[in-house]
Design a binder for this molecule. Structure first.
Ligand SMILES: CC(C)(COP(=O)(O)OP(=O)(O)OC[C@H]1O[C@@H](n2cnc3c(N)ncnc32)[C@H](O)[C@@H]1OP(=O)(O)O)[C@@H](O)C(=O)NCCC(=O)NCCS
Length: 467
């Protein structure tokens, strides 16, 4: 039989499709292998996930439910706390009832409470229905074998509430705060491998219903059950800096600054992000080590944040006290002492102090308690290409993800500048860049003037990555 391409052109299409499929499968296998360490790390851990009413109303809800089911299937103990603010506003308006807020807190008078209770109940039921569906997302990934025990949700009166009361003459009626969380009852449900579903409603010891914020319920619940993670699914990508660049990790101090910035905004979703940040800081301080803000509008962001090194959202934790920032002229000496040993062993090309001083704006550094522990630079070489260079982590701080954060931050910076691809020249670190999604290229892939600077003796390998 002759080779397919000569006599059967469609064979070529099949071949291409097959090779694309194999490539696709290859990438999936690579990704899955790389996620093993995270699957092991998360198994048996308890995550409290806050789903705002906006997230429930979004077109991404089915995918979120799929991702949450996957987490459960991978052995994570899940508590879902949902709100219903936009749904409540719509129902109160439809019922011709007033929407009354003071200092951002809703006044829940008896008439409103009746509407609120039915709306919140309906949202809980809708979620239960979604988790009960055999298949759900567009990929028709099997969610749960219909009727199987594997995916059971449990609800209950887990939250004891108390009234907010009267403030400045304003009676908030059935607007309340969390008084107590029935942590043991929740833990028991989680041990039975059910997903605990909690709404923003709580019940008082007087038997009354109180309207709480899902944010407060999620935070107090996470603290009470000593959760390993508190996750807020937010409309934004996560916490972004003034240039719109995602900040992948914040320590409580930088989170507090960001919370202030967002809470001062006139935009509602920014204010909510400020509130979620404050809740993360509170939970952190009370022992919930890791809190995440993850975008619900980005398909699969939850999975990418939890199962990839790069992540896809913002982590607030006290683990890292370091700060990733723009370098300044004051950092030149510290950067030189960091890179000199690497220049000496040939890992990095030599850079004079004068050159570093003139190029310092291209550098970012990671500072820990005043010491520069990692650095990297971004050089634009054409309209669509930029070089990442001089990436180095102090030996004492390696394997902590600092290099990855710098790479991610510079790639995001490049993207913000409208650059399509970043490239690196390396002699001894090829596999690390491959780990981070770079693919080998050739000198021809570089802009002419960069080709002219290529050191033929050094024979660095060239790797590129789309941003
Ligand atoms: C490469 C480097 C920047 C990574 O910094 P880091 O802060 O340790 O980065 P991360 O924590 O994100 O990554 C650590 C992982 O990279 C791996 N790694 C480090 N150097 C590597 C190399 N040369 N080749 C392959 N993998 C490497 C580590 O083994 C570790 O892998 P693991 O997570 O599977 O244990 C750091 O090792 C370094 O400063 N090396 C010397 C300078 C250098 O090579 N710079 C690049 C020149 S082009």
């Amino acid at each position: 039989m002759s080779t397919p391409t000569e006599s059967f052109p469609e064979a070529e299409i099949i071949q291409n499709t097959e090779s694309n499929a194999t490539k696709g499968a290859g990438a999936l296998v690579e990704w899955f292998r790389a996620s093993t360490q995270y699957i092991n790390a998360h198994r048996g851990k308890t995550f409290v996930v806050a789903l705002s009413g906006e997230a429930l109303a979004s077109e991404h809800l089915r995918n979120l439910v799929s991702d949450l089911t996957l987490l459960h299937s991978l052995g994570v103990k899940l508590v879902l706390v949902h709100g219903a603010r936009p749904q409540i506003d719509a129902a109160l308006t439809a019922a011709k009832l007033q929407l009354e807020f003071h200092k951002g807190m809703r006044v829940t008078d008896p008439d409103s409470l009746a509407v609120i209770a039915s709306v919140v109940g309906a949202e809980s039921i809708r979620l239960e229905a979604l988790f009960s569906a055999g298949t759900t997302s567009s990929t028709s990934a099997p969610l749960a074998v219909a009727g199987s025990e594997a995916l059971t949700l449990s609800r209950g009166n887990f939250i004891t509430a108390m009234p907010i009361g009267v403030h400045n003459g304003i009676d908030f009626h059935h607007t309340g705060r969390v008084r107590r969380v029935k942590a043991a009852a929740i833990a028991k449900r989680l041990e039975e491998r059910t997903i605990v579903l909690q709404s923003n409603l709580g019940y008082s010891l007087t038997g009354e219903i109180f309207n709480l914020t899902a944010e407060e319920v999620a935070t107090e619940l996470a603290i009470a059950i000593k959760a390993d993670k508190l996750i807020f699914l937010v409309p934004q990508e996560g916490v972004c800096d003034e240039q719109g660049e995602l900040i992948t990790s914040l320590n409580p101090a930088s989170a507090a600054l960001a919370a202030e910035r967002f809470s001062a905004s006139d935009i509602d979703i920014d204010k909510s992000l400020g509130g979620a940040l404050k809740a993360c800081i509170k939970a952190n301080a009370a022992g919930v080590n890791r809190a995440h803000l993850i975008g619900y509008r980005s398909n699969g962001a939850l999975i990418r944040e939890l199962f990839t090194r790069e992540g896809a959202g913002s982590l607030i934790s006290d683990d890292s006290l370091d700060t990733l920032r723009q370098a300044t002229i004051d950092d030149v000496s510290a950067i030189l002492s960091l890179i000199r040993p690497l220049e000496a062993d040939g890992t990095l090309v030599e850079r004079s102090r004068e050159r570093l001083e003139t190029e310092i704006e291209n550098f970012k550094v990671i500072e820990l308690e005043g010491a520069i522990i990692a650095c990297a630079a971004l050089y634009r070489t054409s309209e669509s290409l930029a070089e990442i260079a001089c990436i180095a982590t102090h030996p004492n701080y390696r394997r902590g993800g600092l290099g990855a954060r710098l790479l991610q931050s510079l790639s995001a910076e490049a993207k913000r500048l409208g650059i399509e691809k970043v490239f690196v020249l390396t002699t001894v670190t090829a596999h690390w860049f491959i780990d981070h999604g770079f693919a080998q290229g050739t000198l021809d892939d570089l802009p002419e003037q960069r080709q002219a600077l290529y050191n033929l003796q050094r024979k660095s390998k060239i790797f590129l990555k789309s941003v």
